[in-house]
Design a protein around this ligand. Sequence first.
Ligand SMILES: CC(C)(COP(=O)(O)OP(=O)(O)OC[C@H]1O[C@@H](n2cnc3c(N)ncnc32)[C@H](O)[C@@H]1OP(=O)(O)O)[C@@H](O)C(=O)NCCC(=O)NCCS
Length: 179
Amino acid sequence: MSSRSASDPILEVQKTLPQLPLKKSEIVIRELKDGEECILWDVFYSAVHDVAARHYSQAQVDAWAPENLDKTYWVERIRKLQPFVAQSGDMIVGYTDLQPSGFIDHFFVSGNWGRRGVGTALMTHLIKTAENQKIPLLSAFVSLAAQSFFQKFGFEIIKHQTQLVRGVEIENAHMTKNL
Ligand SMILES: CC(C)(COP(=O)(O)OP(=O)(O)OC[C@H]1O[C@@H](n2cnc3c(N)ncnc32)[C@H](O)[C@@H]1OP(=O)(O)O)[C@@H](O)C(=O)NCCC(=O)NCCS
């Protein structure tokens, strides 16, 4: 369902970018605009297949982010989440969401943009937003690939668990952070 082909010139340019940490001013956090939902699919797919895949089997990542996921389903899913995105230049490079309950459903940074501060920019914005909304507790079901990152921001593991995703068991941890 990718909205870009492998020969897309933007992707070719992106591959050649030096992998330096981004300055704060180089990352803009903003709300998702209508019509951008499928760009988030590219981010999600890349985060799962290129980054999380280091901690999971091929069967697990294929169940988590299936190649042939229905586009209509994805667009509806993303609209319900009301995510905010991280933009660098004209590229959306990560996204997350904050539900009124304090639950974070998605938190993904594109594989090509890892360890450059995009996740930090998203999490900093998320925590500030939750504080402004007087949300007392943040929670998430955090993948094996992201637990160290969440711990860095003060989240603690409540329990390790296994969830059934499209018939495949996937391990994660229920993590929370008091605000
Ligand atoms: C976890 C994730 C969101 C982090 O995003 P990121 O943009 O790479 O994070 P940052 O560059 O802001 O990292 C900040 C710090 O977090 C820690 N960190 C980030 N990724 C880490 C990893 N894989 N292992 C250990 N520490 C990590 C490091 O301390 C890092 O600082 P450093 O690079 O100077 O050492 C991203 O790797 C991702 O999308 N992973 C796969 C998808 C996933 O599992 N999402 C969570 C679903 S709940």
